[in-house]
Design a protein around this ligand. Structure first.
Ligand code: NDP
Length: 246
């Protein structure tokens, strides 16, 4: 499905981003992965993509830093020749009740989750316009739609992603560039592994499907939106949450 296409997945070394990178590679894409640390996980994802018979490369890039983003995106284009699919998946949490939340923890979550998407889209949009093709998929969260206790910073960043997605969709629809968001519910990864058993149990009680989501559940939605066949879908937010927020 993605033969000849190049995908760029931020935060692709672990969890949901890793599943997205593998899914797109399994369906034919060459994949560049960004994360802040070169480590066993970054080496493993490159090897796994190559085992699928695709080209892969890892770039150290903090998406909150515009300069690093511009350098790394140029690096991808230099190495792969083009980018067709941008998946903005990198994200962090710094949960705290509002009264105790430090300004720097609000800023850092918004800087990575929301401004990171802005920097990445800005760096990729010129090549997308030039080639009159681009698929942008931003990973939001149902928390951005419903709010959550202890996550004012995170929920604000994820709600912001939805506004960003819709605006970019409108600005670039005529250039054959689509921009959509995927809003996962509770997905089992290292990020949610940090939750207490009690908190995780309370969340599960709100999920009609009665199971936690898997990174692959999210990757399937991303692959759907990244396909040529999704050319008439833009500005959309697809929830992958087992019915948690309806
Ligand atoms: P993980 O914490 O498992 O993985 C996060 C990934 O992002 C890692 O590869 C990490 O690598 C990378 N990353 C973190 N900060 C940066 C940065 N500044 N620049 C570049 N890369 C960065 O998270 P998940 O897989 O659980 O989540 C992925 C996305 O899905 C996030 O946007 C999250 O908000 C969203 N989401 C997750 C849900 C869940 O239940 N898990 C639910 C809803 C949304 P490194 O640390 O090496 O930089």
């Amino acid at each position: 499905m993605f033969d000849g296409k190049v995908a760029l997945v931020t935060g692709g070394t672990r969890g949901i981003g890793r599943a997205i990178a593998l899914k797109l590679a399994a369906e034919g894409a060459d994949v560049a992965v960004f994360a802040t640390k070169e480590n066993d996980a970054s080496k493993a994802i490159v090897e796994e993509i190559e085992t699928l018979g695709r080209k892969a490369a890892f770039f150290v890039c903090n998406v909150a830093d515009a300069e690093q983003v511009n350098t790394a995106v140029s690096g991808v284009i230099g190495q792969f020749g083009r980018i067709d699919i941008l998946v903005n998946n990198a994200g962090i949490t710094k949960d705290m009740l509002l009264l105790q939340m430090k300004e720097e923890d609000f800023d850092s979550v918004v800087d990575v989750n929301l401004k990171g998407c802005f920097h990445m889209i800005k760096a990729c949009i010129r090549p997308f316009v030039k080639q009159r093709y681009g698929r942008i998929i931003n990973i939001s969260s149902v928390v951005g739609m419903m709010g959550n206790v202890g996550q004012a910073n995170y929920a604000a960043s994820k709600a912001g992603i939805i506004g960003l997605t819709k605006s970019v969709a409108k600005e670039y629809a005529a250039k054959e560039i689509t921009c959509n968001a995927v809003a996962p519910g509770y997905i089992q990864t290292e990020m949610t592994g940090a939750l207490s058993e009690q908190a995780a149990e309370a969340i599960l009680n709100q999920v009609p499907v009665k199971r936690y989501g898997t990174p692959e559940d999210v990757a399937n939605a991303v692959s759907f939106l990244a396909a040529d066949t999704a050319s008439y879908i833009t500005g959309e937010v697809i929830k992958v949450d087992g019915g948690m927020y309806v």
